[in-house]
Design a protein around this ligand. Sequence first.
Ligand code: ATP
Length: 393
Amino acid sequence: MASISVKNVVKQYADGFPAVNDISLDIGDGELMILVGPSGCGKSTLLRMIAGLEDITSGDLFIGGERANDKAPRDRNLAMVFQNYALYPHLSVYENIAFPLRLNGNFSDDEIRRKVEEAADTLELRDHLERKPSQLSGGQRQRVAMGRAIVRQAEAFLFDEPLSNLDAKLRGQMRTEISRLQRRLGITTVYVTHDQTEAMTLGDRVAVLRKGVLQQVASPRELYQRPVNLFVAGFIGSPPMNFVPAEIEGRKVSLPFVSFEVPQEVADQFGDRQLLIAGIRPEHFEDAALVDANDLSHSVSFSAHVDVTEWLGNELFAYIPFETSREIHDRLKTLARELDSESLRTQLVVALDAGSRIGPGEDAKLTFDASKMHFFDPVSGDNLTRELAAVAS
Ligand code: ATP
């Protein structure tokens, strides 16, 4: 097993487009690192450079401390598991798993049998060894692909969206299985996904990429509680964080639907900015009717006209339109040319306790905990209050 490091790595394709732009990342021995980001952000390209399937335009790759830029893929001893599993359809499960050992040529039949059976036990495939891949479920095929990686005793696993072909239920099961297996085997793993839930539940640490640039590398908890910028804040969390224009006057913050004061230490972070983007997660709202009045002292209350509700059994989503004045809207647009329209939403999404009786078309009193809010610079997107946000252990 080995650590993997990339230092200032760039990938420029023939058209000159930097698909990966100066990324540095250290993946510890035995660590499970997730690479996550929207389609086209460069995560597969980065993984393929580590695997040796793509040349590195500039920068360095180290595997187990050794520079590996110029090593052939097979000399890197990494095991790659793709989303289409790449199994041989005419071979049994046994022969599929045994394949890399036979290719190696240094193992006796007895050794091969022992290794294949050991892997099959770990993956609960013992009863299926004689089957062909076509006689397996998607999840079982996935495990065969992992079995092939395990018997090779690779230095690291590289996964490229391994679960995206599976249905939601199986995806959940396989996620848990991969996590359990990875911990048991302690194999350094790099795992690419565009699914933030997968990223949050699987990874020791998660690297968030956007347009080829690394935005933040942190534990799932840190990403959620202390996102470095608007992009990470909006990408991590479901439903996504609400972004709302905020006018600032000293300690006073005016959102389109309520004004309140923030502590001086928060206001100190604003500098002389007069217009910011406030971020409030849907789950940080509460139905005031369900909150003990004594617990409301740190919360901001406001009246809301609820448009649509969705009751999901374990929580209630309510959609609340709000209006931003034309002037604020235009000022924000001028300031923040990069701000995507997603960031300038016109409705709040709030996730309330399932016991809430709020219904569509009703006026409701809601509260939110202002100490859990984030404030972003509209031009750079930087989270100005990140340092103040505590990370719960
Ligand atoms: P997805 O989730 O859609 O697979 P990704 O984050 O894995 O996306 P990459 O496949 O790494 O993204 O691609 C990053 C960027 O590089 C994209 O804009 C893509 O169009 C571009 N790209 C990928 N392969 C090539 C290539 N062979 N030649 C030119 N451009 C490429």
